[in-house]
Design a protein around this ligand. Structure first.
Ligand code: SF4
Length: 361
């Protein structure tokens, strides 16, 4: 389409034309998953659903880092906050996520030293300024965030800090897509792939999933035209029976991504298995500190023994993250579960599907 400036990606007449073309060309019922929580929010904010034909259903996916964090990891964050002389540092979104007993927010109100930081570097600086305390950073994020966390570890190592730790609940996107495709009952006709993650990974990261499952897949940016373009491409792929892996966010995403960011990530972390809320254990979907940097691992440093705990009773976050349900199908939605009284993380996170539905519907 040859667009250059950001205003062009918000152009109302272009959006109208794209929406009209989608309505004209889309014949079959289609279930398209926006993998990323930022897309879920953008889709609501720009009113994308209202211009789509009824046969297209948009499903939220597993791309909200707080939402997919397993209950056991939330409990670990809370457990660190109960230890003497420990400062727990976290992004704000995690504060209100209920663990099996309480939240970081309530722990803070009860006197625990829990502090919101805006980057891992703030937590490293805090460790340097508080040598008599142990600082634990709750590391929750996808490929977008992991390189920065790795840089934070390198910064702590360069300063010889022995009082800085992370608990890594970091996750990788492509293995989760593969896991979804293997899950019984999951019906997806196309992925709207995450823009920010893809800036780091590049389009090549999705090739194995695409080649295995032949699933229509398009990387999208976050402006209305970006999202409509991606949906348009997914409609065309489905209607012509020619699945493809396409990049509709070429102004930011390349074939191979950001090699420097990937190198930093792999300098510090090894790929490992990880537990995802709702989806369960997925091989090769997590990142743990490698042997060189293992002394920064809070799990090993504090040796917590946490039991496996079930997810909150009645909460359908797991099914929502797999596209099996929408928030309205959860019996607790807007009743027991609201942004003021969240039961699950999908209602807490600013990228959570339940929070998005609550705000916009
Ligand atoms: Fe979980 Fe609340 Fe969403 Fe239901 S509405 S799935 S309880 S977060």
């Amino acid at each position: 389409m040859g667009l250059k400036y950001i205003e062009e990606f918000r152009d109302a007449s272009l959006a109208k034309d794209l929406a009209a073309s989608i309505r004209q060309k889309s014949k079959k019922p289609l279930r398209l998953m926006e993998v990323c929580g930022t897309h879920t929010m953008a889709i609501f904010r720009h009113g994308i659903r209202s211009v789509l034909p009824d046969n297209i259903t948009l499903l939220s996916g597993p791309g909200c880092p707080v939402c997919v964090t397993a209950q056991k990891d939330i409990d670990a964050f809370v457990a660190f906050s109960r230890l003497d002389d420990v400062i727990v540092t976290t992004f704000g979104d995690l504060m209100k996520v209920p663990g099996s007993g309480t939240t970081l927010s309530r722990q803070k109100a009860a006197g625990a030293d829990v502090r919101i930081v805006y980057s891992v570097f703030d937590a490293v600086t805090m460790a340097k300024e508080n040598p008599d305390k142990q600082v634990v950073f709750c590391a929750v994020g996808f490929e977008t965030t992991i390189p920065t966390i790795a840089a934070g570890i390198l910064m702590a190592a360069a300063q010889d800090l022995d009082n800085f730790f992370i608990h890594s609940a970091n996750k990788l996107t492509p293995p989760a897509l593969a896991a979804l495709m293997e899950t019984e009952g999951v019906e997806i006709d196309g992925f709207i792939l995450p823009g920010h993650v893809s800036v780091i990974t590049g389009i090549d990261a999705y090739r194995p999933v695409f080649e295995t499952y032949n699933i229509p897949s398009v990387i999208a940016g976050f402006e209305p035209i970006d999202i409509l373009q991606a949906i348009h491409l997914l409609v065309l792929q489905n209607e012509t029976g020619k699945p493809a892996l396409e990049n509709a966010y070429t102004r930011a995403v390349s074939t191979r991504g950001n090699p420097k960011a990937k190198a930093v990530m792999h300098q510090v972390f090894d790929v490992c298995g990880a537990a995802w809320r709702g989806i369960g254990f997925i091989a090769g979907s997590g990142m743990k500190l490698n042997q060189v940097f293992s002394s920064f691992d809070a799990g090993a440093g504090f040796n917590l023994d946490l039991p496996e705990v079930p997810e909150p009773k009645g909460c359908a976050c797991g099914d929502i993250l797999m596209g099996l349900k929408t928030p309205e199908a959860c019996a607790l939605y807007k009743k027991k579960c609201t942004p003021m009284t969240p039961v699950g993380p999908c209602m807490v996170s600013s990228e959570g599907a339940c929070a998005a539905y609550y705000k916009y519907t």
